[in-house]
Design a protein around this ligand. Sequence first.
Ligand SMILES: *Cc1c(COP(=O)(O)O)cnc(C)c1O
Length: 434
Amino acid sequence: TEGHSRTGTIFRGLVNHLVEYCLERDHDLLLISGTVRQAKLYEHLGFTPFGPLVGSGEALYQPMYLTLDAFLRNEKVFPALRAAVRKRRGEALNFLPGPVAVSEPVRAAFARPPVSHRSPQFAETVRTVQRRLCELAGAKSVQIMMGTGSLANDAVAAQLSLLDQPGLIVVNGAFGERLVDHALRFGLRFDTAERPWGQRIDRDVLERALDAAPETRWLWAVHGETSTGVLNDLEMLKSIAAARDLRLCIDAVSSLGSVPLNLEGAWLASSVSGKGLGSFSGLALVFHQDELAAQPGRLPRYLDIGFYAESHGVPFTMSSNLLDALHTAVEQFEGARHFRRLERLASELRRGLEELRLPIVADPPSFPAIVTIQLPAGTSSTAFGEQLERTGHHLHYRSEYLRSRNWIQICLMGVCTPEMVEELLFVLRGATEG
Ligand SMILES: *Cc1c(COP(=O)(O)O)cnc(C)c1O
């Protein structure tokens, strides 16, 4: 009933203030005699009963204790209190686009003793992880490399170099510009189709660029543009590539694990272990639709995806720790539920930022995992980022492209909860009010 929930709210407020009081005095355990009539509420708040009941007749009480950690597990803890505890303990909340916050089971998998990459057990894990990754991405095959997203994109550029045909690269952010750099280093011939940073690439721009260069045979684009938080339209890219018989390459480095992904129709796609999938950085992924042959005469050994495929996914040394961590991350990955949760967190965050009048760079519909904010001219993103860091809230502001535009970025990849977002909005409110 309403009366009940009001009592609950008042009671929660009381306990929050009581815990705050204890914290200020360095107490870490709260002991009470709780009336048996409210036992459920106490337990919900994290109290644990101990010993026999005390009192008599109508007035019976249960001795109970509350630890700080048990209390913090409750979602009704005030964000101010959470922030205070975090500061005292020197703990940090990670809102970086990498390294992302890694769950306990993934960390435990990483910490297991290494096994040989030549063992049958390792080969079996590689097959399992490959199968699961292909399910998640709607892809036919995937090769796992030791490296980051840049290595995966170099491997894509290497395959494109074999075609010896002109292509088109989509540029509407820092990572689109990076694809251009990958292509230049491989001596690829290409044009670019560009949009201002923060805007999605649209069909008209692409069709016009392709009409102007009818000899184009491949198309390379970033899906989730991590720099701005723009999500380019993969279905549109796929339909244009299919209609014009272009080989489509997709940078899905931050979109895999952050949004539903279907790479069917993409010739190649790159991704990583350490962003949307929530594992450690260090494994690069290249998805491929066709069987690829090794190219001993034409490509560096390390970049030759066909060589990986012909070596059953393990051409040379690979860290079993990174593989086991990724294995655990993909096994515990919840798919649709995870995407829905991320959408909810992102809209919660966006609503809060709107209230604080912090403008978001990307045109909607944007990428739920990344919010890039334009700070007003009077507030430096570096100073703002450093201020938040001192309270244990790590946002991304250190990249040159962010600093030069006075942007700061919040990333929801990896472990992220509603309480984390609530606390972040609380500290942002404090920081923007001066
Ligand atoms: C992170 C990222 C990359 C690769 O960067 P690394 O630092 O090499 O991991 C490429 N593309 C996008 C869209 C990214 O977010």
